[in-house]
Design a binder for this molecule. Structure first.
Ligand code: HEM
Length: 400
């Protein structure tokens, strides 16, 4: 019995320091301000370091920053890491002291780890995917409901069999170059954004890696076709897309939905003008941010834009406060990536609507971009002012 009591006593004595040290790690009230001697963690970070960093306070990390091995790594006769340990190698990367070699000539490309990227990573793999995905699915659902309720817009008097030229070959070439490149960019862009979330869990890392190497190649190179086509379309159609009074009538009739009467329109009606300007403005913006991403660190856009916005007082007025203007090169890239993706999502949603109208939604519309010839009754119904003008021009032309 006495022996058992003695044993319990000894165990209790041994456990005491353990209990005491377990209490020590609980953060005191002002933990961030209390200094624990570095030696107490065996040279690692202290609780105070962690708390200070969480509070955004200055942390003296020289004990880690300087603990990256030295030149023992190059000593002959040692293993692949030389005298450097894995931990030291990672710390060197963490503090941009490692001997990193990259293909870009810009020294900023050698920064592989930076704290400022965490919020961006969270937004990119969180809300960007969620809201972007729902925007596209929601748009498809709305179009499906609209189709079920409204059905296909028919040519009321039926097809006449007589046609009129709506778009010349060069216009159709530019349109299809714009459309083809946009669709490729959209698919490859979505694949690289959703790769980690969808492709890796479904098909594995190897598949994702091979596919995304290809999609990146396509995305980066096809972008030039998109930009060239955007300029062509702008130059050819801007004149017909300037707003005028017929647009007010078009809006009053809701583009023909209200009152089921087709409002008179010139070459492009107000709805098409909205599509045109969306494509031009958003297309230019997605191109600019894309170029900034294509030439990393060489085309910074956001610091300057934020400064202009701050001067206008807009961000402050809508509750965003003053936007940051002194952006690190990496931060520039992060903003460029998010902006590029957000604008691309909005464009895709708009283009879904456009493709719907050009194919399923309206009888006779596709021919305008297919053969370039539209039925006269279709033209009379949807673009009566334009048709009149074409007829007048025909009459004025001397007989061949
Ligand atoms: C398969 C996809 C597409 C189809 C079937 C299609 C069809 C059409 C058609 C039929 C027109 C002529 C409408 C008319 O006669 O008034 C048109 C015009 C136009 N398309 Fe497309 N399109 C497609 C994709 C795209 C894409 C991806 C873009 C831009 C990124 C685009 C931009 C435009 C613009 C700016 C116009 C002139 C404005 C308008 O008519 O709305 N199209 N398209």
């Amino acid at each position: 019995m006495l022996r058992h009591l003695m044993a319990l006593f000894v165990i209790a004595l041994l456990a005491l320091p353990g209990i005491a040290s377990a209490q020590d790690v609980r953060p005191p009230e002002n933990a961030a301000n209390v200094d624990t001697p570095r030696a107490s963690t065996g040279g690692a970070q202290t609780l105070q370091d962690v708390l200070r960093r969480q509070q955004g306070l200055e942390v003296d990390d020289s004990f880690r920053r300087n603990n990256i091995g030295g030149d023992a790594g190059t000593a002959p006769g040692l293993g692949p890491l030389g005298g450097t340990s894995d931990a030291e190698q990672w710390r060197a990367l963490r503090y941009n002291e490692a001997d990193v070699r990259v293909t870009t000539l810009n020294p900023t490309g050698k920064v592989l780890v930076q704290d400022g990227g965490m919020w961006w990573l969270d937004v990119r793999r969180g809300p960007l995917l969620t809201y972007g995905g729902w925007l596209l699915l929601g748009t498809l659902a709305i179009l499906a409901v609209f189709f079920l309720l409204r059905g296909r817009v028919r040519v009321e008097d039926g097809m006449s069999g007589r046609t009129v030229t709506r778009f010349k070959a060069i216009e159709r070439f530019a349109h299809w170059m714009l459309a083809g490149s946009f669709i490729l960019l959209a698919i490859t862009g979505l694949l690289s954004l959703f790769g980690r979330k969808v492709l890796i869990p479904t098909f594995g890392h190897d598949f994702n890696s091979v596919l995304l190497t290809g999609t990146k190649y396509i995305h980066d190179n096809v972008s030039w076709a998109f930009m060239i086509a955007l300029v062509m379309v702008f130059v050819m159609w801007v004149w017909h897309n300037l707003p005028d009074r017929t647009d007010l009538t078009w809006f009053r009739y809701g583009g023909g939905i209200i009152g089921k009467k087709h409002p008179p329109a010139k070459k492009f009606n107000a709805g098409q003008k909205l599509i045109f300007w969306s494509v031009i403005v958003l297309g230019a913006s997605v191109s600019a941010s894309g170029l900034s991403l294509l030439f990393p660190f060489d085309l910074p856009l956001f610091g300057h834009t934020f400064a202009l916005l701050n001067d206008s007082g807009l961000p402050q007025a809508v509750g965003f406060g003053t936007l940051p203007v002194n952006l690190a090169p990496q931060e520039e890239m992060q903003y460029a990536q998010l902006w590029h993706a957000i604008i691309a999502f909005v464009m895709m949603a708009i283009i879904f609507g456009h493709i719907y109208i050009g194919t399923l939604g309206m009888e006779g519309a596709y021919d305008a971009m297919g053969s370039g010839e539209v039925d006269v009754n279709w033209a009379e119904q949807h673009h009566s002012i334009w048709l009149e003008k074409v007829k007048e021009d025909e009459l004025r032309r001397p007989a061949e």
